[in-house]
Design a protein around this ligand. Sequence first.
Ligand code: ZN
Length: 247
Amino acid sequence: MITLLITSSFAGCFGDTLDGEEERGVSGGLALACLQDDKFEKMEIHFLHEPGYAPIAMDLVKTRLQEVCDKPDGIKIVSEEIDFKIDSTWSSDDVRDARWKHGGDAMGSDTLHWYLLFPAGKYEDDSVLGVAVDASTIAIFKDSVDEAEGLFGRPSSEEVERAVSVHEVGHLLGLVNLVYTSPIDHEDSGHPGHSNNDNSVMYWAIESNNVGNFITGSLPDEFDDDDKSDLQGMASGSIKCNRQLWS
Ligand SMILES: [Zn+2]
């Protein structure tokens, strides 16, 4: 799920000094920063998790980013245990607040930093397994992921977590049509920002708690050819990107 800021994240703070505070952007707003190496030659993926909620897909997320992003000096995993102090219901604002409280800027000198939060508790819409809330922040709700496990473990909660983790990172990369318009008709008309291909990790049902009812067999944990074609076009400049924090 992609959530947009309706009001400024600084609402209520006008008058306070915001000097040095970084613009947070929309999901996809740091897509080019990842896909190209012009400014950021390195990347760190920060996994902030509640005790007992260690992510299982850290290497997979790194691999998927390595497949599409240009980071000649490498992509590093940073894992940190955090007591988020919220273990019931999370709003998008709660996710943003927690990330910017516990994490640092997204744009360090030559290092791009993305944050993946794994809190205890559920999203306010408890059918949602994961959210992307700004240009560098996503959250995966493992309590909901565990409950999304299908009958006889098909799909298993591990499989769901892997798929959802890559799916939300895909939103940070701007998929599908978040910050560009694809020349290929693969966005699901009923589910904006998502793929209509159930073999793509960007398929709309991936982040839904009844994913097992929509996909039989194994869940995709990879971008499909259309997703990859979009990312390549964005990286090369043949597809124009908008709303970039840096380009
Ligand atoms: Zn989604």
